[in-house]
Design a protein around this ligand. Sequence first.
Ligand SMILES: [Ca+2]
Ligand SMILES: [Ca+2]
Ligand SMILES: [Ca+2]
Length: 802
Amino acid sequence: MKQRLRSATRRFAAIATAGAMVAAGLVAGGPVQAADTNLIANGGFEDGLANWFANNGNATDRATLSPTTDAYSGSSAVLVTNRATTGSGPMQDLSGKVQAGQTYSLSARIKYENADGPATKQFFATMHYGGATYTNLVSATATKGQWAQFNGRFTIPAGQNVSTARLFFETPWTSNPSADPSFHLMDFKLDDVSVVGAPPPPPPSKTIEVVGKLPGEHNPLIGHKFGADGFGFVHNGRVYMYMTNDTQGYAPDPATGISPAINYGNINQITLISSDDLVNWTDHGEIQVAGPNGAAPFTGNSWAPGMAKKVVNGKEKFFLYYANGGGSTNVITGESPLGPWTSERTSTLIDGRTPGAEDVAWKFDPAPLVDEDGEAYLYFGGGPASTSMPPAERFNNPKNLRAIKLGDDMVSTQGSAAAVDAPVAFEAGHVFKREGKYYFSYSSHFGGNDFGGNQQRLPGYPGGGQIGYMISDNPMSWPKETYAGVLFPNQSQFFGTGTGGNNHQSAFEFEGKYYFTYHAPTLNKRITGNNTQGYRSPHIQELTFNPDGTIQQVVGTYAGAAQVRNFDPYRVFEAETLGWSKGIATAKVDGASAQFGGSAPNLVVRDIDNGDWTALSSVDFGDGAQSLTAKVRPLVAGGKIELRLDDVAAPVVAAIPVDAPIGEWTELTTQIEGVAGVHDVYFTYAGPDGADLFEIDSWAFEPAPRLHVSAVAGTRCVGGKVMVTVQVTNDEAVHVSASATSEYGSTPFGAVPPGKQKYRSFPTDAADVPAGEVTVSASATVDGESLPASLKAPYDARSCGR
Ligand SMILES: [Ca+2]
Ligand SMILES: [Ca+2]
Ligand SMILES: [Ca+2]
């Protein structure tokens, strides 16, 4: 843009001098209502320059903001110096806060003092709505050396686009202020800024309304949010997945449901989920890693996490590595895999000063490895190859990835980074160890000028956007000869149109099996069809090996990895544990997690509308459940939680009317009957249309009381014939009556006394019997309740002949 026609396009919506403020207030109507909110953050500059910046709407705009103790009130104000234009003054972004059609009250104090300036000077509070749209809102005329007051009201026109709305303070616009700098470009001070009016509108819903993970399928891992660059980490019987928070910038248009394309530059959080069965995943929310409120505020982005644990100075610590954009890598430290998180560093871990990494274009994508001997390594790097190489080498062996030793504290590096000569490498280096060998996997590049242009790919080298791998005996030595092939082709080969692009993988061992993580925009595809916007979702497949240690190429499927164990319902567990779901969202709330403890984040399931549901895969109710308890917060009257088994449309087996004080967390319980064995569990939600019904924090099932009686069957030989035996043990405090039935008849035990055993046998009159089982029926009255029990006691085949 060569020359903006700002003076012509400014609209003078509400100009008032200081003397006319009362009139302006009267014109606009009655007093500002009590519910109104001050939309300005740090308007008194008591928090320094937080939330303020010099207007930079035009390339020539430039000014210096600094705190000054010459305040109108409090101890600080802002001083504006070195203005290059009359559009460079202090600015605050009110995008998303102000609304079209609303009226706001603006007040502020301003002062100028330059000796050669005019005796009085007009100032404007102006809104920049983006592009060339500037609207002066309120003006004040200051007398040199005295604090003047802005005090007026403005109404944003009903048709105004307010998606960009940035307020700033300046002298009247002139295109050539340097012609008379003492009149146009004087320094000034600003204090006590407020814009009071309707509170900011709630942000548009990000809730994913489609079923993003289909019942029965295990990929993507979750259907209610996105997550990219997943790093699988195992600790104490759970798998934790750390992911780039692709949902952070997701902003579906309320009308079309389609979001603008992903903008990685906005991402400064890591999304964390965990599971002990690889199908039902608990949402632990987002870790605020970078940005002003992050654990490491000296970093701006948090992409592509990597996780490791190590005992340092006698204390087990957890280290979360991440890419601070493309330029550097950093690490924060957790007390557990779920945090809390702190930064042991005050500057980035890997950057342009890291020995051996100076010429790596992208010093990002960190993946740690703690070896069995306690030595730790970090793999990182990516991006365009060095132009000093011949084009064919730049393409095939770009040497853009690195390995470096980590210090004993895990938050420093040792020595120089070594090049990893991974064929056609692009990014996403990762190492795991199996049976004494190290496996380095990585994502391959797509060619282009960054990699030498149109070059001949060497035989067996990866195509674009594939995951290749290498096998080495040394975690720091990765010559090209260690290349072992393509581990995973591009995900679009499996998930079709709209799912292409680069990938990012990890591998982990969990309970004797290896697993491979990758991402694919499959949830995005379910929302918008083949026209995806780059929002990626985590996937897992089992990783299997050939006898020589090479990896069988992974096939991406929606089926995913098998469920490792059935889900235990007989405990308090978080409602944000999801096998599948429809139409819900989650949000972090204050207070401890009932399942994961006081220092772990706790989330609730929210945005629950009539017809929404959540589900758990393969829940083992054993002998039977007696009750279901939900911790809920009703938001309207008339909500209901329904329990169904195995299908979202199956009959309701129990229901909880959510009938409790609105807005208060309450535990509600319902009795259930006839729910035993292994089932998928569907919680379906019903209530008035058009309302958020309630929020849910946690669930708990109670098992039905059962008789504590056990039975063991066996065989022995008596005179060359088989005798089947059975022994009943009564662990109750009362007498239990029992009887046993086998292939060979029935026999009563009579009453078995408390804590005692009784023994019976079945003569078979046969020298050989096949395997079978004895059924024991028992009953007793415990705590006034009549409890039956039916036990199966198996026995092996037996031969007593010669
Ligand atoms: Ca102040
Ligand atoms: Ca909903
Ligand atoms: Ca919860």
